[in-house]
Design a protein around this ligand. Structure first.
Ligand code: ARG
Length: 579
């Protein structure tokens, strides 16, 4: 495994940590000293602190305060450790600022700052978006699309090879419903003119009617069976509906600027030789059972995972069986190191069952499959559902965001060129929605509220895009190159900002490891707030700012702009130079 590249400042920090450990080794405890170290949240408590004195109080038969004080008095700063202080029993170590700050600023003037090659030669598969044909693109699909896109960008930035799969829901009984609905109430001309809306209407009508007359469901099942057996009429109808939906989805993807490497959907994994083979393997393992109605189920009660159907009594495949086939196919094709499914929490059990079944089938790689679950989005307090037809067309939501941003920009004091307006409103409108989704812990429920997500001063997309534009404005006509700086002339709030810039790569790694983009989104807010403060307190074009200070501040602005540009890119948002 490659070691992964460390920015200079991160290796300096590592060396500093090593220094600290060496100093603390005079205690020679029986436990691991490393486990006593932590990074304080306030800089006045140093860059690394240890609670070792508390852990040694019984062995040394002294109070933590006494232990810490004695150590701090006796120890001599050396190497990268510039100061040692005891406070309330904690021992705080301060890094040599000169070396550290220079290394951060030097690193952050490189365009690829924050990237690394820890993931070199490793493949990660991302299954995301995955909407269903002939159904609206729901908010859950939106959340999946945006999280999946951003995660794959982070992994890519860390050097992994990513395969982005849109696993379309283009197979299953819903097609039977659609076909039966079409046969009863459909009109070929209407479908041809307005395929998506018509097919959704048919789907909704079918569900309503089937509630009154359950017999309809049997007809639908019959149609799906025909489709799996490649009946000509069924296949023709299916591809009509599928093309219409894909055309519609592509409009959304274009607005979102989201791309995929493959759009192999469920229809790739329907009834056939492979499904038969999997069923046989499962049978041999005796985890399958034939129900009284002749359908086949997998019994995972022994693992606390219940039972789940994998084949219908008429021989048709089921979502679960298709997912088993798809997982195996992905491993064969891409030899992934990790396979990630970005899908709502309501499918928790499904993925637990899927991974367990794959494992029982003897696939060692099953443990490398991860369900990256996420919660609901409520619009005006209501959960949205497609079955009953209470649908919000997502394209409309996205366009509404763009329109609203245009309204807000028009009302501001700053002047935006008319020729730039459409482009800016587009970037900010879409960015606001993406940021709202990405800045929430992914398992949490999002209460969608226009005023909140479009607040230019809130913890929002517009806020960080605006911070970036302000930085660009300051940098206009100024060429910045890194030169060693005199740390003694830095103000506290400037040091705060630089230290935060130094955290960028750690933050990306944390976001990727935990599949939690909110870590990165929140970091960009904190960073932009520090920048706002800097903007206020550290004027650049002021008469009171001498040449040396100006050079230094421009260097800080430039480093900040590099982090924001890369950060925005990772969130799938546009970094725009003016707003
Ligand atoms: N199409 C499914 C849905 O809308 C999501 C598919 C997720 N991916 C998967 N491999 N099961 O609920």
């Amino acid at each position: 495994m490659p070691l992964g590249y460390l920015d200079d400042h991160m290796s300096i920090f590592e060396d500093f940590r090593h220094n600290v450990l060496m100093m603390l080794s005079v205690f020679d405890p029986i436990f691991d000293i490393n486990s006593t170290l932590s990074i304080p949240d306030k800089r006045e408590f140093g860059n690394i602190t240890t609670n070792i004195a508390f852990r040694l109080k019984d062995t040394l038969k002294k109070s933590p305060i006494a232990i810490a004080n004695e150590f701090a008095t006796a120890a001599k700063p050396n190497g990268l450790v510039s100061k040692i202080e005891a406070k309330n029993g904690y021992i705080n170590f301060f890094i040599n600022n000169e070396a550290y700050i220079n290394a951060i600023l030097e690193g952050a003037t490189h365009e690829d700052y924050g990237s690394s090659d820890v993931g070199a030669n490793k493949v990660v598969v991302f299954d995301y978006s995955s909407p269903n044909i002939a159904k609206p693109f729901g908010v859950a699909h939106l959340r999946s699309t945006i999280i999946g896109d951003s995660l794959s960008k982070c992994y890519n930035f860390l050097g992994y090879k990513c395969v982005r799969i849109n696993y379309l829901g283009d197979w299953g009984t819903q097609f039977g419903k659609l076909m039966e609905g079409y046969k009863r109430w459909g009109d070929i001309n209407k479908i041809k003119n307005n395929p998506l809306e018509e097919s959704m209407k048919l789907y909704v009508k079918f569900n309503e009617e089937a509630e009154k007359d359950p017999e309809l469901d049997n007809y639908a099942r019959e149609w799906f069976k025909k489709l799996e057996l490649h009946d000509k009429e069924a296949v023709e109808l299916w591809s009509l509906f599928k093309t219409a939906s894909i055309n519609y989805f592509n409009k959304i993807y274009k607005l979102l600027k989201v791309e995929f490497d493959s759009i192999d959907g469920e229809s790739m994994y329907g009834r056939g030789n492979s499904s038969e083979a999997v069923l046989k393997t499962l049978e041999k393992l005796s985890i399958t059972k034939i129900e009284s109605d002749n359908s086949i189920i997998i019994d995972l009660e022994g693992y606390g995972l219940g039972k789940t159907i994998i084949q219908k009594n008429d021989g048709s495949t089921i979502y679960m069986l298709r997912d088993i086939l798809a997982a195996i196919d992905r491993q064969k094709r891409y030899m992934f190191d990790r396979s990630v499914y970005v899908v709502g929490s309501d499918q928790n059990l499904h993925f637990k069952q899927l991974f367990k079944t794959l494992e029982l089938m003897g696939n060692k790689w099953a443990t490398n499959c991860t369900h990256v679950e996420f919660g609901l989005i409520n619009i005006s307090g209501k959960k949205m559902s497609t079955r009953k037809g209470r649908i919000v067309l997502l394209e409309d939501v996205l366009k509404q965001s763009i329109d609203r941003v245009e309204g807000i920009i028009n009302k501001r004091e700053e002047h935006t060129k008319a020729s730039d307006m459409a482009r800016i409103a587009n970037s900010v409108g879409i960015g606001a929605i993406k940021f709202a989704i990405l800045s929430h812990e992914r398992r949490s429920t999002i209460d969608f509220d226009w005023d909140r997500i479009l607040d230019f001063n809130g913890d929002t997309g517009p806020y960080i895009q605006y911070a970036y534009a302000r930085a660009c404005k300051l940098l206009e006509k100024n060429n910045v190159i890194y030169k060693k700086i005199d740390v003694s002339i830095l103000a506290e709030h400037e040091i705060d900002l630089i230290y935060e810039i130094g955290e960028f790569n750690n933050i990306i790694k944390k976001s990727a490891n935990e599949f939690q983009i909110s870590v990165l989104a929140k970091y960009l807010i904190v960073l932009s707030r520090l920048f706002s403060k800097f903007y206020e307190l550290s004027p650049i074009n002021d008469v009171s700012t001498n040449a040396k200070l100006k050079e230094l501040r421009l260097l800080i602005v430039y480093s900040f702009s590099v982090v924001l540009k890369n950060g925005l890119m990772l969130l799938g948002m546009d970094a725009i130079n003016s707003m």
